[in-house]
Design a protein. Structure first.
Length: 169
């Protein structure tokens, strides 16, 4: 049986060389929303969860080797919302516009990737990359340190270096 446990902001696990910390994510109107930073020896991974870029995200992204995050394509969302409007699907159009308030845009994530120098992996795309056209829109203008993840992808961060080995499924 699964059982939920409240998570407090701050260090949630610290044992040996591993420390896992929770931080507040910006996913209003959903509260609470958290992201996690995992530190092991000299390496670190940030998992943002659903969020916009906030001061807490930026603070926790500092010195992170790998940032795994949600990513919203404004290009695709805006096109879908306009199409929904054209077909009188006002409620759908509103939902499509509302998601902009609680998912990080690819534009803001590219800026964060450039400022941190971290590898950034988009793992929860909004909307999902349902076809090659959508995938190409997500990939447009991505710097070398940003990539789209796939189910089953592995990231290996060897201790004592800066390398990140990415293994495709």
């Amino acid at each position: 049986m699964l059982e939920s446990h409240p998570v407090t902001i701050g260090v949630v696990v610290s044992t040996g060389d591993i420390k896992i910390s929770a931080f507040k994510a910006g996913h209003s109107p959903v509260h609470p929303a958290v992201g996690y930073r995992i530190d092991y020896k000299d390496r670190s991974v940030l998992v943002t969860g659903d969020t916009v870029i906030t001061d807490d995200v930026i603070r926790n992204a500092d010195q992170a080797d790998l940032i795994l995050t949600d990513a919203l394509s404004l290009t695709i969302i805006d096109a879908l919302a306009e199409t929904a409007d054209r077909f009188g699907m006002n409620r759908n159009a509103k939902v499509l516009r509302d998601v902009r308030d609680y998912h990080a845009s690819t534009t803001s994530l590219i800026k964060m990737a450039e400022s941190t120098g971290s590898m950034v992996g988009f793992y929860h795309m909004v909307p999902p990359q349902a076809n090659i056209v959508m995938e190409k829109i997500y990939e447009r203008d991505l710097p070398d340190n940003v990539l789209l993840t796939n189910d089953g992808m592995w990231f290996t961060l060897p201790v004592g270096g800066d390398d990140i080995d990415v293994t495709q499924p």
